[in-house]
Design a protein around this ligand. Sequence first.
Ligand code: CA2
Length: 149
Amino acid sequence: MTAETPIFVLNGPNLNRLGKREPEIYGHTTLAEVEAMCRAAAGARPLRFHQSNYEGQIVDWIHEAIEGGAAGIVINPAALTFTSIAVLDALKMFPGPIIELHISNIHRREAIYHNSLVSRIATAVIAGLGPQGYGVAVRALLGLITRKS
Ligand code: CA2
C-alpha cells in the first residue's frame, strides 16, 4: 500500500438530500459540501466519494474497494445500517480499517436507529458530530492507515 492508494467514502440512501430536509437533525450542509470537506481532510490521499439510494450499488462499491485494494473505508450506510446483511457481508470481506459514520447520534434517537449491523464489524464508529463528522472520520481513517503500514 502506498500514499496513492485511495480511501473510499460511501453514503447510503437519502443522503443526496442532505442540507435540503430535516436540518434540525442533519444540518444545513449539502452532500457536495461534505465531499469537499472529505477531500480537504484527505489532503494528497486519493478519495473516492459515492452516494447511492440502492443497496446493490453500495455492495458493488465495497467490492471495488476490496478488489482495487483500497486503504480504508468511511461508510454512512444510512438506513442500510439497520437492515442490510448484504452490506455487512461485503464489509466483512474488506481487510482494511472501516469507520462507520452517522451525522446524528443514532443512540439518542428512536429505537429503530439503535441496532447497527455494521457496528459489529466496524473498526470504529463516529456518530453525532453533524456533517463535520465526515472530516473527523477521514482524518481518523488516515491515522489508522498510517499506524498500520
Ligand atoms: O445520522 C446519520 O447519518 C444516519 O445514517 C442518517 C440516516 C438514518 O437512517 C440513520 O439512522 C442515521 C438517514 C439519512 C436520511 O437522509 C436525509 C438527508 C436529508 C434530509 C432527510 C434525510
